[in-house]
Write a protein that binds this ligand. Structure first.
Ligand SMILES: *[C@@H]1O[C@H](CO)[C@@H](O)[C@H](O)[C@H]1NC(C)=O
Ligand SMILES: *[C@@H]1O[C@H](CO)[C@@H](O)[C@H](O)[C@H]1NC(C)=O
Ligand SMILES: *[C@@H]1O[C@H](CO)[C@@H](O)[C@H](O)[C@H]1NC(C)=O
Ligand SMILES: *[C@@H]1O[C@H](CO)[C@@H](O)[C@H](O)[C@H]1NC(C)=O
Ligand SMILES: *[C@@H]1O[C@H](CO)[C@@H](O)[C@H](O)[C@H]1NC(C)=O
Ligand SMILES: *[C@@H]1O[C@H](CO)[C@@H](O)[C@H](O)[C@H]1NC(C)=O
Ligand SMILES: *[C@@H]1O[C@H](CO)[C@@H](O)[C@H](O)[C@H]1NC(C)=O
Ligand SMILES: *[C@@H]1O[C@H](CO)[C@@H](O)[C@H](O)[C@H]1NC(C)=O
Ligand SMILES: *[C@@H]1O[C@H](CO)[C@@H](O)[C@H](O)[C@H]1NC(C)=O
Ligand SMILES: *[C@@H]1O[C@H](CO)[C@@H](O)[C@H](O)[C@H]1NC(C)=O
Ligand SMILES: *[C@@H]1O[C@H](CO)[C@@H](O)[C@H](O)[C@H]1NC(C)=O
Ligand SMILES: *[C@@H]1O[C@H](CO)[C@@H](O)[C@H](O)[C@H]1NC(C)=O
Length: 825
């Protein structure tokens, strides 16, 4: 049993009853990243091993003719092969930050990195104003979540991270980021605590829905576009959780033991892409890596993030994940929310940090460095501009009219929510022309997931419960719904136009009645769901992580009862992650299955758009749906005594999700990247050409790489522009041979030669293309030197493999359509 469980459930119960009696009272606001972790430090790294040294800025010389000097407010357009070069913007921000702290006292510099404490400010995290009334620096408001603004009103509840990834559509991902950024700015937030980019290594992982799926490339692209969008909007983004926080159970007491190559190629990749997007901040996670807490981990924070990846921003702790003052030496820049445990009144920073600097345990230069990094993040996205909104909401006292100004920041963002909801829906099965629906004479909607919750969309604090349509998981990664459209409402509106007779049964457990009601209907739509979230809330025995991969509320029985009586049974799944569909997926009466994920406030409209063909499905699975839970390569590690540190060895290495199914020849039910359409696409004319015409100032490095040498170990070498610039353009023709307009997602997988030691097939590119019936378009997917490399653990650099690299263009990880080769001479 989780040692914190009793405390946590009391806390949650207390909150629930408090909110019934006094909605909006100060104590009703539930915790953010929740309960304080165990303060026990298992491995204390000897001080002599700490490797702090000042990290110089990367070269400030612009690379002529290659990449523009980018301002985060003017990122390169989506789909452009230009790589943003933020070196100048960072250098400028550093200069301003250094000037700013020049007359800060020691205490003031310490304060820049010390949160004010849990619930001691308007936001879930706050740093104090410096100087009289903030005359020197106003302080920062840090606010959840990765899909909107938590604890605020008049905000948009955007689609979840997992749905965003399932669109495989960079344009939509960027736009969502931009609109979320603008909403945060409108509320006076400085730092938005997202995106979340932990990998869906374990299908049951409670927070997987906050992130971008089970593949590092897809997650990396989604993180990159989200951050470019958010920071264009003016808020500082926060890449989280650094790193290997892939399950909820014992997250503060588990050591993820990950080898160096897997770390680089799988788990760190989305962080590298975040840094390339200019992310201002990163959040270190609760767990340990190889026996050392993430927020004390010199290898992760200093070596990989700040040196190898050249990160210029600052690293903050997850909420109460700081374990020592000396963490400052190992790379931690800010402690959040500031106190050691919530409301303890103590801190590892503050007076402790001052004392450590005074007696030279922590160099004064390092204190300057952390203060500079934090204030540089603020300048970098231009939050010094005089008109930057001051915080105008109150996370913990939303009913206080003095502090909550109810600023409406929603604009017309619901439109992109609806579009992403539709674009992320994956059509898994469609037989007998079941979909799209064509003015059916009669339909029945079955299941609680089809309708609204009994008392509205915010029945449970932090969405910690399911009643009605599931459009979000639970925990700190949520926002309140201003409204939530259920399928029942949206489909009824459609039925009015179509003259369709609609009936419904929202009781999940009266399967007999549901079956009877389905008799004779033109179509029976069964809605089933599966939920998960963060470990501080337990829902139906699920302590954050899901305890199984089956549908909730007797969903499988419901589908079977209806399918027994209706030969046009259409199943819609709202789920935080994979479900085992075997009980009914091959049932001849189950004619269609739509995978709708957790799509946000327009859920009902989005699914209706797809059901009726107003949107032709183009979503693709961001993870594998297996035939049985045991087929996956990694599983939850449960158990543990109160003082234990659970060991979680990542023994599958690179074989995460589909890579494992491929390597071990396990047939999944629906593979990673899979998704059907209402039309058909064919691919032709594969052509692979080197991208020429680029004058490079790094020709020597490029030649060395081509000669087979690993990239050098140098500051920022992993994010160096020459390594990521397009080297090959893989072009081919996509033709819409079917009856209707549609969007397709061609995917590029590499098949490395055996000597490289890679899984059989690895995603390294994708694009989206919209085509009219009968038309064709030529598309290109570029590959960089980085894409064609693996991490050489001995040389500590990126190296190309020897021999021929296979290039596969397919409609999924298992449906190859075109094949080519690349041989680097
Ligand atoms: C110190 O900082 C304050 C606030 O930014 C500024 O007004 C003042 O001019 C600075 N003083 C010096 C000596 O730089
Ligand atoms: C963890 O240990 C593995 C195996 O020794 C090593 O390859 C990896 O670099 C270590 N990672 C960290 C962050 O210490
Ligand atoms: C300094 O840190 C220690 C733990 O190392 C803690 O017990 C103490 O309360 C902290 N001091 C302050 C002033 O917060
Ligand atoms: C420096 O100060 C800290 C905090 O008071 C103390 O824990 C530490 O032992 C001191 N180190 C030295 C070398 O004096
Ligand atoms: C969010 O919803 C909760 C109920 O789940 C409610 O107590 C709280 O006041 C709401 N917050 C805002 C800002 O409306
Ligand atoms: C499905 O059942 C209906 C009667 O409810 C029948 O008219 C129709 O032919 C059946 N379709 C198939 C494909 O069996
Ligand atoms: C799986 O968990 C859900 C949610 O707690 C529960 O409703 C369902 O009955 C469980 N399935 C099985 C087979 O135990
Ligand atoms: C399919 O539905 C029809 C009713 O339309 C029913 O008669 C038949 O038994 C069902 N088939 C199965 C395999 O349940
Ligand atoms: C075209 O698509 C339909 C519907 O998805 C499918 O049944 C059919 O097999 C496809 N045809 C080809 C040639 O791929
Ligand atoms: C790759 O090819 C596509 C299609 O011809 C083209 O639009 C694109 O500009 C090319 N990209 C580069 C970097 O050459
Ligand atoms: C590539 O081949 C060279 C020469 O045979 C060899 O030294 C090197 O280790 C090989 N590299 C890899 C990654 O197999
Ligand atoms: C790619 O190279 C392999 C040998 O490495 C060869 O068997 C295959 O036919 C080549 N494929 C193409 C499309 O040229």
């Amino acid at each position: 049993m989780h040692p914190l469980a009793p405390i946590i459930s009391i806390l949650i119960l207390g909150l629930r009853s408090a909110s019934q009696e006094a909605p909006g009272a100060a104590t009703t606001a539930p915790s953010t990243e929740t309960a304080a972790p165990s303060t026990e430090t298992i491995v204390t790294v000897p001080i002599s091993q700490y490797s702090f040294s000042a990290f110089p800025l990367p070269s400030q010389t612009p690379v002529a003719g290659v990449s523009p000097l980018s301002d985060p407010r003017e990122p390169p357009p989506v789909g452009s092969s230009l790589i943003p070069d933020f070196a100048h913007a960072w250098a400028g921000a550093y200069q301003e930050a250094k000037n700013k702290i020049a007359n800060f006292t020691l205490d003031e510099k310490v304060s820049v990195g010390t949160g004010v404490g849990w619930m001691a400010g308007r936001c879930v995290g706050n740093t104090p104003p410096i100087g009289v009334n903030g005359s020197k620096f106003p302080g920062l408001c840090l606010e959840d979540s990765p899909l909107g603004i938590r604890f605020a009103d008049f905000v948009t509840a955007f689609p979840t991270g997992i749905n965003t990834a399932a669109t495989w559509n960079r344009k939509l991902i960027r736009r969502r980021g931009l609109f979320m950024g603008r909403e945060h700015v409108g509320k006076g937030v400085n730092v938005a605590l997202g995106p979340m980019m932990n990998i869906g290594r374990v299908a049951q992982g409670g927070r997987n829905w906050e992130g971008f799926g089970a593949d590092p490339f897809l997650a990396g692209e989604a993180a990159y576009e989200t951050i470019l969008g958010m920071q264009e909007g003016g808020v500082q983004a926060c890449a989280k959780h650094l790193i290997n926080n892939e399950q909820e159970h014992f997250r503060t007491q588990e050591s993820s033991d990950v080898d160096d190559r897997t770390q680089h190629e799988i788990y760190a990749h989305p962080f590298l892409r975040s840094i390339m997007a200019g992310v201002a901040s990163i959040m270190c996670s609760y767990n340990l890596i190889n026996g050392t807490y993430a927020c004390e981990n010199d290898k992760i924070m200093n070596d990989i993030i700040k040196r190898e990846f050249g990160f210029q921003g600052y690293i903050m702790s997850d909420w109460a994940a700081t374990h020592s003052t000396i963490s400052v030496i190992t790379g931690l820049d800010m402690t959040m929310p500031g106190d050691i445990t919530f409301q303890s009144g103590t801190t590892y920073f503050g007076a402790n940090l001052t004392a450590y600097v005074q007696n030279n345990t922590i160099p004064a230069a390092r204190l300057d460095d952390l203060a500079t990094r934090i204030i540089a993040g603020w300048y970098f996205v231009h939050q010094d501009a005089g008109d930057y909104p001051t915080t105008n909401f109150d996370a913990f006292n939303p009913a206080n009219e003095e502090t909550n100004e109810h600023v409406d920041v929603q604009e017309d963002h619901y439109k992109v929510v609806r579009e992403i909801g539709a674009a992320s829906t994956v059509l898994l099965k469609n037989t007998n022309g079941a979909l799209p629906l064509k003015k059916p004479r009669s339909i029945v909607l079955v299941g609680s997931d089809a309708g609204p919750g009994k008392v509205g969309p915010n029945e449970f604090a932090d969405q910690g419960g399911v009643d009605g349509i599931l459009a979000m998981g639970w925990g700190s990664g949520t926002a309140n719904f201003t409204y939530l459209i259920s399928p029942l409402e949206a489909i009824q509106r459609r039925a009015r136009d179509d003259r369709t007779s609609v009936s419904w049964i929202l009781d999940d457990f009266d399967t007999d009645r549901a079956g009877n009601m389905a008799i004779g209907r033109s179509a029976a739509l069964v809605f089933i769901s599966s939920d998960s979230g963060e470990d501080y809330i337990t829902v139906d025995g699920n302590e954050g992580d899901r305890k199984n991969l089956t549908a909730w509320h007797s969903g499988d029985d419901l589908v079977q009862a209806v399918a027994a009586q209706n030969n046009n049974t259409i199943v819609v799944v709202h789920s935080v992650g994979p479900l085992i569909l075997e009980p009914w997926i091959d049932h001849p009466n189950v004619t269609a299955v739509l995978w709708a994920g957790v799509p946000g406030q327009e859920a009902g409209n989005s699914i209706t758009d797809v059901l009726y063909g107003d949107w032709n499905p183009s979503g693709r699975l961001p993870y594998t749906i297996a035939k049985q839970a045991s087929d996956y390569s990694a599983h939850l590690i449960l158990g543990g005594q109160p003082t234990d540190i659970l060991s979680i060895p990542y023994t599958e290495g690179l074989n995460v999700d589909y890579r494992y199914f491929d390597a071990f020849n396990i047939t999944p039910r629906f593979e990673f990247g899979f998704g059907l359409s209402y039309t058909n696409f064919t691919y032709n004319k594969l052509h692979i050409a080197e991208v020429g015409g680029q004058a490079s100032t790094d020709a020597d490095l490029e030649e060395s790489w081509a000669a087979g040498n690993a990239t050098p170990i140098a500051q920022g070498s992993s994010t160096a522009i020459w390594l990521h610039r397009p080297l090959y353009n893989v072009t081919f023709e996509v033709e819409n041979t079917g009856p209707v307009w549609g969007g397709d997602i061609p995917q590029l997988y590499l098949n490395m030669p055996p000597s490289a030691g890679e899984p059989p097939s690895i995603l390294k590119g994708f694009t989206n293309v919209e085509i009219l019936p009968g038309d064709k378009k030529t598309v290109g997917i570029t590959l960089s030197r980085y894409d064609l490399s693996f991490w050489d653990t001995v040389a500590q650099g990126w190296r190309r493999p020897n021999g021929t690299i296979g290039v596969t263009i397919g409609t999924s990880s298992r449906d190859a359509r075109l094949k080519g080769n690349i041989t680097i001479a």
